[in-house]
Ligand binder design. Structure first.
Ligand SMILES: CC(C)(COP(=O)(O)OP(=O)(O)OC[C@H]1O[C@@H](n2cnc3c(N)ncnc32)[C@H](O)[C@@H]1OP(=O)(O)O)[C@@H](O)C(=O)NCCC(=O)NCCS
Length: 110
């Protein structure tokens, strides 16, 4: 089950609840119809069960926006595969954004 919580004027939290436990969450910021993915996390023991996909699809299908943007570590293969599968494209890079690692900036239009 997904629960949504408005945490400020701009920020919203999607929580994935399984057997009364929060096992994953997606934190977003919405400014001028652009959504930024601030955080996406699934508890290690609950990964590879489609939870992150469900959280992201809930956002993609139900929120009002013109586009969604995010930054992901170039070495985070799981996240990169997930975002690509969901229709995000690489648009730019920010070197040394994560210490020595580059951030890949991705976006997806409605
Ligand atoms: C990245 C992250 C959020 C992915 O979460 P997840 O819930 O494991 O993701 P999903 O299960 O939706 O998808 C991952 C894989 O599981 C597969 N999967 C989905 N349902 C499945 C099922 N029932 N059985 C087996 N595999 C399944 C998906 O097909 C996908 O495989 P693929 O990578 O080969 O396409 C998670 O690894 C995480 O929290 N990482 C640490 C934080 C992080 O890096 N966040 C992103 C910051 S940008």
């Amino acid at each position: 089950m997904i629960e949504k919580e408005q945490i400020s004027n701009t920020d919203k939290l999607y929580k994935y609840i399984l057997d009364d436990e929060e096992v994953g969450y997606l934190e977003i910021r919405i400014v001028d119809s652009v959504i930024d993915i601030m955080n996406l996390f699934v508890k290690e023991t609950n990964r590879k069960q489609g939870i992150a996909t469900k959280l992201m699809k809930e956002l993609i299908e139900n929120e009002e926006y013109s586009k969604i943007m995010l930054e992901v570590n170039e070495h985070n293969k799981e996240a990169l595969r997930l975002y690509t599968k969901l229709g995000f494209s690489e648009i730019s890079f920010r070197e040394r954004y994560y210490g020595e690692n580059t951030a890949i900036i991705m976006e997806r239009y409605k």
